[in-house]
Design a protein around this ligand. Structure first.
Ligand SMILES: [Zn+2]
Length: 370
């Protein structure tokens, strides 16, 4: 009898073991997957290689820049997502990446990080590389060097403060537009500029299939490359699971870019970012519904010739192609740009519109956080 109960107990624990799948449990728990649970699973894309980017001296990496470091072998890709985080899109992308045990780099916009600091931390907690893409997605070629520096530093400090630890010293130029001066500035700051080899052009379509085909067609020609996508489009989130499956089935390997060194943030920007994040958190606590929706804070699009990374927000329900994208000015204050809220009455707005704006002072960066 005793032997029988031991036998039954053993059988019960065997069934319990068989039913427990640690990988599924971890994915269900929050999208972050333990590397050990993923390693050696040939059915998933995974990460084939981690490449440490030495950002000392601010190298150019990838793309067709003269002298840029080409770190990929044939068959290797790097997954990159710009312009977010935007919870409704970033979250399902994190899930898709976790399901395939793979890693990406997110080039975040400072204003977006301020709007949803928790999302920044979720991306980082899932093991992805968090880097920056300016404060408000300005076209660097259209603004002064001083303003460019403010755009760069405000993003670095805000995303770092939102994340809780410094971001990677990796930067992507909005619209892939740089100037010699800003490139020199990055070199002096020991920040690497990460360019692209394969452009999903997911801002030009609303079809996940079209964006996927663009990527696969370019990869067929290039055989490798840094892939540009945007985690602000619902159709991009819808595409990513299929892309990862196709990459796996076609034998591509994912390389994860991680920083070798640590970025040095600037104290004054850190301080302003802390204040802005605290103010944002207080505002959210006071009125969670009003601060929930986010409008992507887009700077005016560059001239068509320069348009390589068109920042755009889809207008829901837009029927005509020309109306698909709504241009949003970044002139308004941060809360206006991100939530659509405004404290102005129509009369005040009209008055403000009439008022002649003084020329921007030499140092305007604190206005980022007003
Ligand atoms: Zn962008």
């Amino acid at each position: 009898m005793r032997q029988l109960s031991i036998y039954i107990a053993a059988l019960v624990s065997l069934f319990a073991l068989a039913a427990y799948d640690p990988l599924s449990a971890e994915i269900e728990a929050g999208g972050s997957v333990n590397v050990d649970a993923c390693s050696g699973d040939p059915t998933r894309l995974g990460v084939s290689r981690v490449v440490e980017i030495d950002s000392a001296g601010g190298p150019n990496v990838g793309g067709d820049m003269r002298g840029a470091q080409q770190l990929l072998n044939d068959g290797e890709v790097v997954l990159t997502f710009d312009d977010g985080p935007m919870r409704s899109v970033t979250k399902p992308i994190l899930k898709a990446l976790a399901d395939q045990c793979t890693k990406a780099t997110f080039f975040m916009v400072g204003q977006m990080a301020l709007a949803d600091a928790a999302m920044v931390r979720e991306v980082a907690a899932a093991g992805h590389t968090v880097a920056t893409h300016t404060w408000s997605h300005k076209n660097i070629r259209a603004i002064s060097l001083a303003k460019s520096q403010q755009e760069i530093e405000a993003a670095i400090s805000t995303v770092s403060q939102a994340k809780g630890t410094p971001v990677a010293p990796l930067f992507r130029f909005p619209y892939l537009n740089s100037t010699k001066q800003t490139e020199s500035y990055l070199k002096g700051r020991n920040i690497a500029a990460i360019w692209i080899d394969v452009d999903s052009k997911d801002y030009m379509t609303r079809s996940p299939k079209v964006a996927l085909q663009r990527i696969l067609a370019q990869l067929a020609a290039t055989k490798k490359g840094i892939i540009l996508m945007h985690d602000i489009h619902a159709w991009t989130a819808a595409m990513v699971p299929d892309l990862l499956k196709e990459l796996h089935d076609r034998g591509f390997k994912v390389v994860h870019f991680v920083p070798k060194g640590q970025i040095e943030t600037i104290a004054s920007y850190d301080e302003a970012a802390q204040k802005a994040l605290a103010a944002k958190a207080a505002k959210k606590a006071a009125n969670p519904i009003a601060t929930r929706s986010i409008v992507w804070p887009m700077s005016p699009a560059p001239t068509p010739l320069e348009e390589t990374d068109v920042a755009a927000v889809a207008v829901p329900g837009a029927k005509h192609k020309a109306n698909r994208y709504k241009k949003v000015s970044t002139k308004p204050s941060i809360t206006d740009g991100l939530t659509g809220e405004t404290s102005e009455t129509p009369a005040q707005a009209a008055k403000n519109k009439k008022a002649v704006k003084p020329k921007e002072p030499e140092s305007v960066w604190p206005s980022f956080f007003n």
